[in-house]
Design a protein around this ligand. Structure first.
Ligand code: PGA
Length: 244
């Protein structure tokens, strides 16, 4: 049985009180023998709080985004160096909301992936096609470009993961069907082999997009699905744990 990743992307939700409420229930309820590794991605304003509450616990945490420079005159940005200092292990890169709303480019992703790897933080590069791209048969071409550019500055030997999140499945309740997920993850794995050779088998490929307790079991069985990136269902501790 493969050990899965269960990552919760809280997006711009949960202030300090909601974080306390979540963690109280979550830390009491998370099974000791869970077959999944849990990781939380809160908004940066509560990262220190999450960091101190998770000290000594087998639950990882990271940021939803950060800048590629370590520090300096970049008003409003978040430093990967500070993320490291807080004890985070991970950072999402290129979530579709960053790409669509904040106009981040694949070139931006490449810089962020490298900056995180240089600090031994694990970047989780998010990729995925829109509905229009899927219905016009461009899914693989889009994934190919997002992987080729986003990973072009990789640091040899440093870890990274991929999150495949079809944009049409994010927050819509429409989960991709098992054959669609299987095909995309197979394509991503093959592309990773062409980019990093045998090291591709070390790269976790998460699926994201309307994952819930009632569809997680079937998705977990798909080859090259190594875990989930969960938005809506991660806001409630019982639902989040239920995805394992
Ligand atoms: P969702 O979000 O689970 O609410 O679809 C997933 C994500 O955006 O990472």
């Amino acid at each position: 049985m493969k050990r899965m990743i269960c990552a919760g992307n809280w997006k711009m939700n949960k202030g300090p009180q909601a974080v306390e409420d979540f963690l109280k229930i979550f830390l009491e309820s998370v099974p000791k023998d869970a077959e999944m590794d849990f990781i939380l991605f809160p908004q940066n304003l509560v990262l220190s709080q999450v960091a101190s509450r998770l000290k000594g616990r087998a639950v990882g945490f990271g940021a939803q985004n950060c800048y590629w420079e370590k520090h300096g005159a970049f008003t409003g940005e978040n430093s990967p160096e500070v993320l490291k200092e807080l004890g985070a292990g991970y950072c999402l890169v290129g979530h579709s909301e960053r790409r669509q709303i904040f106009k981040e480019s694949d070139e931006d992703m490449a810089r962020k992936v490298r900056a995180l790897q240089d600090l031994d933080l694990l970047p989780v590069l998010c990729i995925g096609e829109t509905l229009d791209q899927r219905t016009t048969g461009k899914t693989n071409a889009i994934l190919d470009v997002q992987l080729s550019i986003g990973l072009k500055n990789l640091s040899a030997g440093k870890k990274f993961w991929i999150a495949y999140e079809p944009v049409w499945a994010i927050g819509t309740g429409v989960v991709a069907e098992v054959p669609q997920v299987a095909e995309a993850h197979q394509f991503i794995f093959k592309k990773l082999q062409s980019l990093v050779g045998a090291a591709a088998s070390q790269v976790k490929i998460l699926y994201g997009g309307s994952v819930k307790p009632d569809n997680a079991k079937a998705l977990a069985k798909v080859e090259h699905v190594d875990g989930f990136l969960i938005g809506g269902a991660s806001l409630d501790p019982k639902n989040f744990i239920g995805c394992h």
